[in-house]
Structure formats: C-alpha cells, structure tokens
Design a protein around this ligand. Sequence first.
Ligand code: AHG
Ligand code: MN
Ligand code: MN
Length: 339
Amino acid sequence: MAHQTKTFMQHLFELRHKGLIERDLTTLLHAVTTSCKAIANHLKNGDLGDAMGSLDSQNVQGETQKKLDVIANDIFLERCQYSGVLCAMVSEEMDQIYPIPGDFPTGPYVLFFDPLDGSSNVDVNVSVGTIFSIFKLSEIPDKLTVEALMKPGVEQVAAGYALYGPSTMLVLTTGHGVDAFTFDGSIGEFRQTHVGIQIPEDTSEIAINASRARYWEAYLKTYVDECFEGANGPRGRDFNMRWVASMVAEVHRILLRGGVFMYPVDSQNRKAGGKLRLLYEANPMSFLVEQAGGRSVSRTDRIMEIAPENLHQRVGVFMGSKSEVDLLVSKAQASRSVS
Ligand code: AHG
Ligand code: MN
Ligand code: MN
C-alpha cells in the first residue's frame, strides 16, 4: 500500500494514545476542524456564491460585519455546541459569552475564536483564516460570568488556526510542538504536511502596517528605519517587508520561514489598548509561536502571562523570530515607557 501521511484525526488519536491529550479535547478539535472545512467550502465559491459582501450590522468592536463573518460564526456555534465538552464559547462577532444551550450536554472546556480573520481581504480574494484558543476550566462554573472565563494564555490546552489560501491548511498546537495539515479534497480530510515546525531564530523580514508610522513610539520608528536602511545601515543587511493584513497569513509565513509580526499599541489606538484582541488572536498565535521556538510579547511583557479582564480586550503584539523580538524588547525597555 502506498504510504499516506497521517490524517488530522490520526494525529489526534496518536496524541491521545500517548496520554498527551484527553479524549474530550480530541472530540472538540474534531468539531473545530469540521467547522473550518465548512467555512472553507463557503469561501471557495467566491463571487459565484451568495456569501460575499458586507452587512448593515457592526460587531462589538464597531467594525462593519461581512456576511462571511456572520456565516463563519454561526458555523462554529452550530457545530461546536454539539461536542458535549464545552460550557461556553466566546467570539469576536458576539458581544457576550455564548453559553451552550440547555438541550446539549456540557463540559468544562471553553472555546475562544475569531471566525474570520482578515475579513477585509475576503472581497478581494486574498487569504483569510480562522483562529481558535481552547481552555479547560477546573469545573463547569455555576454562573458563566466573564470573570470565570478569564485565564491567562499560559493555561491554553490547545490553539491553532485554519488558513484559507491557495490551499486550506490547519495548524495546531496542544503544547507538544506545532504541526500543520493540508486539506486533501479527495478524501475530505486534513493530512499532515509539517511536523514540529520551528521558526528560524534570525530573520531579515518584518511585517508591520507602515502607514501608521506617524503614531508609533520613537524606539519603534528607529527600529523600522534601521531595518529599511539595509546593508548600509546599523543592521548591516537588507530587510524585506510583507503586509498581507490577515494575521493568520502573516503568522503562517513566519512559522514557515521566520520573520517578525508587529501590531503595536500606538498613539492612535492607545485608548482602545491596541488593535488585536488578546483572547482569540494574540493568545493562540503566541502559543503557536512559542511552541515553535519563537517569542511573543506586548511591548516588553510575555503575552501569554497577561491576566485578561474582558472578553474583547486588545493588546500590542510583537511576535516571531526570537532574536528579532529580543531586539525589539531591549529597545522598548531602553526607551521611556509611555502610559
Ligand atoms: P479581523 O478581520 O478579524 O478584524 O482581523 C484583522 C486584523 C488582523 O488579521 C490583521 O493583522 C490586522 O487586523 C490588519 O490591520 P490593518 O487594517 O491595520 O492593516
Ligand atoms: Mn482577526
Ligand atoms: Mn475576524
């Protein structure tokens, strides 16, 4: 028989047989991946389908919702509530906690997700993604208050994303390294294509929305300027820049070939706390990046140690190749802190 790479489910069974993950987490991750497959199926029809375009509604962040933001959110709710292991879900597209309805069995797991990341790219057929973060509470809380769900990222039991690009991929960590799977349409399953991804420690590629340079702190402006000075500047080598405006695509590139991704708190977004959301963007991506040997901070502090206070809390983000994030942190530490 020709050698076939493992399917995603075989990978999960293997983790379970080795005693590395619980059966209930396998069940939940299965529900997560079937949700991602259903989202990919909506996306692939593009303008031929009826899922493109914006709605009149805004989400809790005041952002105009795309039809697909809502479709992807509904797919996750519908499929994951059946898992029987969740007590609650939290999504970018819902103001409040979504408690598992009374007619389903529940369990102590909580799922945080960004159903469609980079959704401004959807109408122009550029890569988007889905990000997820999973926690296990010590018990199902009597009352599903925000406080009951606020755990730091170090307590995540699994995190990952689906990338809807030229191919659909699923990237996962359960705290035992980072593995990637590519969707094989011939069998309707993800199959393993990357084992134990490690981010190169050094890089000459940065990702930042440079149109915001006028809002940056001085140390960050200096850092980016020095990169752009290239071989003749203080860094002594040329740097490349990429900005897809889909965090999933950005982090995926960094996992595979190194780089640093920056979305800092700046003078324009400071009041909001930054742009990216801690619980369903920064935390899961930080878990992946750290598991792949990289580093992830908010200015100087490890993102996964931040004690969250609210569901849609925002945070500054520097993540990626370790030596470059180390350099950013040392520059931030040396500069006067801005409150
Ligand atoms: P979302 O579509 O879920 O709101 O997330 C978009 C995020 C992130 O994916 C991306 O890195 C960033 O916003 C892009 O920001 P700019 O519009 O400033 O480029
Ligand atoms: Mn997002
Ligand atoms: Mn989103």
